[in-house]
Design a binder for this molecule. Structure first.
Ligand SMILES: [Zn+2]
Length: 101
């Protein structure tokens, strides 16, 4: 395997880490919703997820420590197709989920 010496490889590694965090958050909201139906979480709230025991730590993008992940108007569909939760820098799972494959 070829390892690039430039920062492109590092940037992709951070994007992949971001994608894995988006996936963790998406799964956490799905777990939360299973326990709280019909009061499902429509706005991403990591503190609430932690209180419910479905998330262990507050997650942030490795490239963006100052801004939280965004998730507004969450639905079962948007969690499933990867458009529900997004990073200001990398976008949503629909865009960067392929990095995890
Ligand atoms: Zn990101």
């Amino acid at each position: 395997m070829f390892f690039s010496t430039g920062s492109a490889a590092e940037a992709e590694a951070r994007a992949r880490l971001c994608a894995s965090r988006l996936r963790i958050l998406s799964s956490a909201v799905e777990l939360y919703n299973l326990d709280h139906a019909p009061l499902e979480m429509t706005e991403l709230n990591q503190e609430e997820l932690m209180k419910a025991g479905v998330l262990s730590i507050h997650l942030k993008c490795p490239d963006n420590e100052t801004h939280d992940y965004k998730g507004s108007g969450l639905t079962k569909e948007s969690l499933l197709d990867g458009t529900g939760i997004s990073c200001e820098i990398h976008g949503n799972l629909k865009k960067i989920g392929h990095l995890l494959e």
